[in-house]
Design a protein around this ligand. Structure first.
Ligand code: PFF
Length: 476
């Protein structure tokens, strides 16, 4: 057994706090804002099924690997990878996984903060009673008035980035622990209330069918890639966020148990959000494929009609901001930890630097909805011809960088790291659970990610294949 390292940044006070923090990182805009709208964009059921499969065979094994590597290395992802590669006698280039993660986190935060800004703006709209009695058209008007105004978006983006930077500057654990403990269950409760509302719209069944009856004819190759990319995004994988949180995990905590809890909670929140939203979409004649504005154009209708709507609406958007906040923090933690370790920066300076740079880059997302809404920076490349800066940052990070990072992490954990080291760190013994994980991370996970990448080149048709498996044999 190798000697145990300890992190210079401190440790979570218990396994429970790690679960809270990692769930805080995983549950965010991805679950409540992104999952419903990409599900709507990609035709529903078949997309949801591929997403769930990806969580199971790709997300969970990689999350275990990230936490394990993090705890073993006990440093920022860049240094953790460098140390573990050296220890395993592997190439020093493995540390580039850490670098790619830092870049991905920085890019994601730049637009994440702008969208979280929308949620902040909606807290005040909800509280002022602006949603009372509104219909589909008014809600759409309200949303487009917000996003077409660069000054307002800029103000909210700035506020959110300041909130994030301040928490990271003070150390990730501080007040976060207490807040997550109360606010996460509250978010959950409000989603359940919304599902209750959705049940009474008269379109609940239609919503459920849209979400859970797969029609593979509606799933494009790009849809398969988006579903896999979202599995990474929603679990905060492939960029070192979970790895850095793992580096603060106490020695004795079980990695498999904590990972399963986090993945389960995250998936539950996403499904609840979608189950609440789609019946409202259908009941009000809205478009499931409305794009990034979907929740901002549906939820207000529900709050405008339900008893206590002002209170629930305000609370909902506050909790959404909070969920986004706890995720945003984890997006810059890898970079901040590295600056502290390698350059002797104080946390405060490091957080200001990373937050400030990300804020600047966020201007491009602010303008993607107004001044630059018709500017497609990579318009000359077929696949990106219709993507604004915002859409491009989202697509490249979630669908390319995170899966690539995750693929490399799986290969490192399964092939480069010595087997006895993963046995030692996972503390599962060498029984069935360990062996299943080892088999998944060595073969199944990398092959699955590889196949999805192959699918997008047109050499393979995963949608068609799954359609055949799920519908062919037993549907007349
Ligand atoms: N998991 C977060 C969400 O679903 O909103 C987003 C995210 C956080 C992605 C941290 C990646 C990350 F490293």
């Amino acid at each position: 057994m190798a000697e145990r390292r300890s992190s210079i940044h401190g440790q979570w006070s218990s396994k429970f706090v790690f679960i809270l923090a990692a769930t805080g990182s995983a549950v965010g805009l991805g679950n409540i804002w992104k999952f419903p709208y990409i599900t709507g964009d990609n035709g529903g059921g078949a997309f949801v099924l591929v997403y769930l499969l990806c969580i199971l065979v790709i997300g969970i094994p990689i999350m275990m690997a990230e936490v394990m590597l993090g705890r073993r290395g006990r440093q920022s992802p860049i240094n953790t990878m460098a140390t573990l590669a050296r220890e395993a006698g592997a190439s020093p280039y493995w540390k580039w996984i850490g670098w790619m993660g830092v870049i991905a986190g920085f890019l994601i935060l730049s637009y994440y903060s702008v969208i979280a800004g929308w949620a902040l703006a909606y807290v005040f709209r909800a509280a002022s009673g602006a949603f009372t009695g509104v219909g589909g058209e008014e809600v759409q008007g309200m949303f487009s008035r917000l996003v077409s105004d660069p000054e307002r978006l800029l103000a909210w983006h700035t506020l959110f980035m300041v909130m994030t930077t301040v928490v990271v500057a003070r150390g990730v654990r501080g007040g976060l622990e207490k807040a997550v403990r109360i606010l996460m269950p509250l978010l959950f409760a409000i989603l359940v209330i919304l599902v209750g509302y959705a049940m009474n719209t008269g379109h609940f069944e239609q919503g459920l069918q849209f979400l859970f009856r797969p029609d593979f004819g509606k799933l494009s190759a790009d849809g398969v890639l988006v579903a896999m990319g979202h599995a990474f995004f929603t679990l905060s994988l492939g960029m070192g966020a979970i790895m850095v949180y793992g580096s603060y995990l106490p020695e004795k905590a079980s990695i498999a148990g904590t990972t399963l809890t986090i993945a389960l909670l995250d998936t539950l929140v996403a499904i609840l959000a979608a189950v609440a939203i789609f019946p409202i979409v259908f009941a009000n004649g809205l478009e499931p494929g409305a794009g990034p504005g979907l929740i901002f154009q549906t939820m207000p209708i529900a709050f405008g009609q339900m008893p206590g709507g002002i209170l629930f609406g305000t609370l909902f958007f506050m909790l959404l901001v909070f969920a986004a906040w706890t995720s945003a923090i984890s997006l810059i933690e890898p970079a901040v930890a590295w600056l502290v370790e390698n350059h002797g920066y104080r946390r405060f300076t490091a957080a200001m630097l990373v937050g400030g740079l990300s804020w600047c880059l966020g201007l491009l997302t602010v303008f993607s909805f107004n001044l630059l809404e018709n500017f497609m920076p990579l318009g000359f490349l077929g696949a990106f011809h219709d993507k604004t800066f915002f859409a491009l940052f989202d697509y490249v990070t979630a669908n390319i960088m995170l899966p690539l990072g995750g693929l490399l992490i799986a290969i490192f954990a399964g092939w480069a790291l010595k087997r006895e080291h993963s046995v030692d760190e996972l503390r599962l013994g060498d029984g069935l659970v360990y062996r299943s994980w080892y088999f998944l991370i060595r073969y199944v996970t990398p092959v699955a990610v590889g196949l999805v990448f192959l699918d997008i080149t047109g050499l393979l048709d995963i949608g068609g294949l799954l359609g055949f498996l799920f519908q062919g044999p037993w549907q007349a």
